[in-house]
Design a protein around this ligand. Structure first.
Ligand code: F3S
Length: 283
């Protein structure tokens, strides 16, 4: 059996940076915690907690003088203000690409454009971008949502960094048709996302079965799953190698493996080794 790992998959630059920052805080014995799970990866969150960097759900749970680590998805301006008011030290792991999207959103609003954030409403990154865009900003997740966009002369469009490009293009076209006006479009999808999605398209097209590794609550992993599933029916989403069902390999000649941006390389290697073992090769 041929086992192929996608050309681009696993930890992206922003996640690597956030994890390195939290691991350094643990090594330096910093008294602190992350605000919300650092990345969508339960195993890594547990590892960090065992090293002294736990995860807290709200700023109220931090004592004065402690360090709060902001995750790669970013926070709104009021969270920075609140942390400072509480006397906390901020370790900011906001991905620079997310920071750019936040700045573009704030700039669009300041320049008189009505901010439209194209992305998943419930995703923490989108929530943070919306906060920087101000109280008038609106999120559009699908074409149906366009009916909620008020009619204005000028729109500033910002995209969630991990949004699917094709889906964005469809939404933008419908938005411009239904809400004509002047558009400033900030193409803030990050390169890592685009590369992972393109590699997933290629992988799924060449495979009889695909395994997608990543947290079940990870939006970018889910999107990789959808991309692969649309092209290869036998696509399976797992969080770790123990979930592999040997029957998935029945009659399969070529199997592809890909992973979301918050999946560590060790998890990808473990899945590849397990598949090799089940296929009768050397683990
Ligand atoms: Fe940043 Fe892109 Fe990763 S926005 S966190 S580098 S997927």
């Amino acid at each position: 059996m041929e086992i192929k790992v996608a050309e681009h998959c696993g930890f992206c630059y922003g996640v690597k940076r956030a994890v390195a920052l939290a691991q350094k805080a643990a090594t330096d014995r910093v008294q602190g915690a992350t605000l919300g799970p650092l990345i969508h990866n339960p195993q890594l969150i547990a590892e960090l907690a065992s090293e002294g960097i736990a995860c807290k759900d709200s700023l109220e749970q931090f004592a004065p003088g402690e360090t709060v680590i902001f995750r790669s998805h970013g926070e709104g301006p009021e969270t920075y203000a609140q942390a400072e008011k509480q006397g906390l030290t901020i370790l900011d792991a906001t991905c620079p690409n997310v920071r750019l999207a936040q700045q573009k959103a704030a700039q669009a609003a300041a320049d008189g454009y009505f901010p439209v954030i194209v992305g998943e409403k419930n995703h923490p990154e989108v929530k943070s971008i919306l906060k920087w865009a101000g109280k008038n900003a609106i999120c559009v997740e699908c074409i149906k949502d366009i009916s909620y966009v008020p009619r204005r002369e000028r729109y500033g469009v910002i995209i969630q960094t991990t949004f699917e490009l094709q889906k964005f293009n469809d939404i933008l076209q419908a938005l411009q048709e239904q809400r004509p006006g002047e558009y400033r479009v900030e193409r803030t999808i990050c390169l890592a996302t685009a590369q992972r999605q393109q590699a997933a398209v290629k992988l799924a097209a060449e495979s009889d079965a695909v395994i997608v590794i990543g947290g079940r609550n990870s939006g970018n992993t889910r999107r990789l799953y959808e991309i692969c599933k649309a092209r290869c029916e036998a696509t399976h989403h797992i969080e770790s190698d123990v979930e592999i069902d040997p029957s998935w390999l029945d009659g399969v000649e070529r199997i592809g493996i890909t992973a979301g941006a918050s999946t560590p390389q060790e998890h990808i290697d473990a899945v590849r080794d397990r598949v090799r073992e089940l296929a009768g090769g050397v683990a």
